[in-house]
Design a protein around this ligand. Sequence first.
Ligand code: ZN
Length: 428
Amino acid sequence: MKILIKDVTAALRTGKGKYSTVKTDICIEGGKIVSVGNIQENYLPDKVINGAGLLALPGLINAHTHVYMTCLRGIADDLPFDEWLFGRILPNEDKLTAKDAYASSLLGCAEMLKSGTTAFLDMHMFPGKSAEAALKTGMRACLSRGLVGSGDDEAGSTRLKQAKAEIAKYGGYDTLSFMLAPHSIYTTDAEYLKKVSEEAKKLNLPLHIHVSESLREVEDCRKKHSKSPVKYLEDLGVFENKVTAAHCVHISDEDIEILAKHNVNVALCPRSNLKLGNGIAPVKKLLDRGINLCVGTDSAASNNTLNLFPDMSLTTLLHKGANMDASAVTAGEVLDMATCNGAKALGINSGELAVGKNADIVMLNTNLPQLEPKNDLISSLCYSANGSEVDTVIINGEIVLKNGRLTKINEKSVCANSEIIIERLIER
Ligand SMILES: [Zn+2]
């Protein structure tokens, strides 16, 4: 399908953390951006979108989430991390069926699409369900089955087999990609981490793991292994793979050097870290060290939204305040984190409005009070927008949201199905 976006204001990247907004035309063909600016000769679009009053951005990329948990939104709020995870979330997660996980994943995808996210890195416990939800809604997804276990237990091996079977089954879709996901250092042992890491090397897949999310994780690791989680993972050879590490809240200067040395991608999840009382990642130091930072929401059970806009805003504001430096993290740097840096971590050819890139494009209505006057729309994305401005979403050259409405799924029934799940799970 050929789509011409006419007279749109486009956010074009001009350098690291730098953007200009230009009135232009964008041509799409075969799922790719084929021109920005001059319309190619003989280009006959199947569809023309009037971009007047719209701001086109590369689709946002949620670099760490668990979409199957979206139905657990609001069931365990205002609780300490351990009580939240072990006391409330895991027992309720155990009650979820594969059908629930699919319905919950559809809800998560619907929320992300309506707030401008076009791709996500998912860690799940129900093989195939995130994949099916992504295919149904048209989202681009990088999927990783959460791997929990020890080197010699049967359950850990079974999970690894499930991960490989999922990759074999869904590997042929150009909107889906995969990682292996040892869940964390506290839900695996050294043997299992080494096993998964070796398997990832054989399959040429990156790894996705929670790292140094809570202070307790770090203290327990120091007691058990006399080193930090980051050093422990390095010594096990985990960082010989391409890795996306979620959180990295409690990390030392030495840890930062290790992450930089191995080009580890860090998925910041500031709202989740604040809500669970886990703390604030040293983003300024990570940024200064040149680490590829991206932004994730984590799950709706800990955020409690999959809308990236609040996390983008927080990523700028939190570190200006924490460093007492208004230039610590700029709006442009955060837009990089939510687009091209996320694309790098996920290994996808998206994240920028440029020729040859995937046509993953979000358009926001700029004729709204919160974006007026239009002095600096890039700043407004971080400091004024809330995601409700999203009007149109195109993924892989397909229109999946039009005039704020999802084109591939029925939003009402997706919402109603999540209510049915929660009625069953929670004893009221
Ligand atoms: Zn997580």
